[in-house]
Each structure stands twice: as C-alpha cells, then as structure tokens.
Write a new protein. Structure first.
Length: 285
C-alpha cells in the first residue's frame, strides 16, 4: 500500500447509518440535503455545475438513473452506457446463527433479505450500500465508508470472532480476499454469491454515434470490472475517439486498465464512491 493510499484510508470515517436522523461529515462542495451520505430516495447525487458537454455513464442499475440525473442537473449531457448486466442469485436462508451480514455491494442487498432476518446487523462497504440495506428493512446498519480494506478494519474493530459467524455476500468472483483477511484474524466466514455481473455484448447505437462525432469529453467508470466490460463492448474503430476523452475512475486498478488501452487523461476519485467520482467530474474545466 502506498503512503498516499494509506492517508486516504485513514481519512475515511465510519458512522452508524440512519438516513432520517444522522448526518456524516460531507465533502467540501457538497450540500447537506443531497450529498451521498444523506441522500433521500429519488434525489440525485450532488455535483458542481460546469459547462455543458457529453459524459458517458457506465454504471449499471441500481445507481445508473441517479447518476445520470446528477450529471444532467449539473449542465452536462449524460449518455447511458452500462457496461455490466447484473443477474441476481437466490441465496437460501442460512440455518446457522450468524452475528452479522457483510455486504461488499448494494447489488447484494436483495440476497441478504432472503438469507437472514431483518434484525440481523449489517456491515456495508459504503453509504449507498448501507442506505439500500436500510431501504430493504434492515434496522441495524453500519457503513465502512470506503472499500474492502475499510470494511475489514471496521469488522475487526466492531466485532469479535467469538461472537459468531459472518455471512459475506458478494458478486461472483468477488469477496474472496476479504473473506481470507477475516479468517486470518480468527473470524468464521460463510461466503455466498449474491449476484453475477456479466459484460454487455453490444454498445448502444446512440453512444457509438456521439463517440464517432467527438461529442464525448468524459467517461465515468465505477469499477475495474466495469472498465473491462465497457472496453469489450466498444467497437475497435471507436477506441481512439473514446481514449481521447477524460476517464474518471474509482481505483488505481481501473486507471491501469485504461492507460494500457491508450487513455492519456485518467483521474482517480479521492474516495471509492459515487459522490467522489461526481466531485471529480465537477472539478473538470
């Protein structure tokens, strides 16, 4: 881990999430009413307004619509180009007593509702995942406000291995590193696949048209997996036009993939969440 990434992780706080009554500290430049920490259902995320230009949003639902709304409200022209198709998995109810559910993505929330009672404590990787868990009816939800490392730290600080089993719900091929880290410090972890993310096969004709016309200035990517999926769907004849746009990403892993594909201008959000990604877009002149 680099010194820079260590400083970023140290700066991320952790708060019990109660959307109705509690507020976390907000990033500079966001409003208290619709920044991601206190976002009410149906409200767009906040992003400072800039000049109008074309922005491709590669996020799948849930989350695509609210990000599109935030980008449009800030004066940009948003184009929907989800790179992944989310296929939910059924997770049977767990017969063993567990002390908490661990969620690495909001996509895992429906499976959590199938697998455990709603009074089970939930530990979520970030605020949006935590808010979705609350919306699904879970009463005791805590957000790590970060990534898998922040979530592991939160669990080590808040729970003890002796208190019982952890149910880790993640996407196919994900969550194995987190499970291994928790087992290494003594936790008993049951990992279940809650959903599968498959790359889309084809990019929309509209997105291909605006890329070909040079009307796209920025592309938003929400994970390294979404970068890979979007590049697979991108026609080779449009790679140069796409790579001419500024890419805004959540991780160095996503940045590495894009630079290898030919991108020169890639900007990594200060934190791995949608609010930070949108603030990075708002900072673009």
């Amino acid at each position: 881990m680099t010194a820079s990434s260590s400083r970023k992780k140290a700066a991320r706080g952790r708060v019990p999430l109660n959307v109705e009554t509690e507020k976390a500290s907000l990033p500079e430049g966001t409003s208290g009413t619709n920044a991601s920490y206190g976002l009410k259902k149906g409200e767009p995320e906040d992003v400072p307004a800039r000049h109008s230009s074309g922005v491709i949003v590669t996020r799948p639902e849930p989350g695509l619509s609210e990000t599109m709304a935030a980008v449009q409200a800030a004066g940009w022209r948003a184009y929907s180009s989800p790179s992944l198709e989310i296929l939910p998995r059924i997770v049977p109810p767990l017969r063993r007593k567990i002390q908490a559910v661990v969620l690495t993505s909001g996509q895992a929330v429906p499976a959590a509702g199938q697998a455990v009672p709603l009074d089970t404590p939930v530990y979520a990787v970030g605020d949006r995942t935590a808010q979705r868990a609350q919306a699904a009816g879970f009463a005791h939800v805590v957000s790590a406000q970060g990534d898998a490392d922040a979530l592991a730290t939160l669990l080590r600080d808040a729970l003890t291995p002796q208190a019982g089993l952890l149910l880790l719900l993640s996407g196919a091929g994900q969550g194995t590193g987190l499970a291994a880290d928790l087992r290494q410090v003594g936790f008993r972890v049951v990992r279940r696949v809650a959903y599968e993310a498959r790359p889309v096969h084809e990019m929309s004709a509209e997105v291909q048209r605006v890329l070909a016309a040079g009307q796209i200035s920025h592309i938003l990517f929400f994970s390294a997996e979404s970068v890979r999926g979007w590049l697979k769907a991108l026609p080779g004849s449009l790679l140069a036009q796409a790579a001419a746009a500024t890419a805004i990403v959540m991780s160095e892993a996503a940045e590495d993939i894009l630079r290898h594909a030919g991108w020169q201008d890639v900007r990594v959000a200060t934190q791995p969440n949608a609010a930070a990604l949108l603030l990075a877009l708002g900072a673009c002149r």
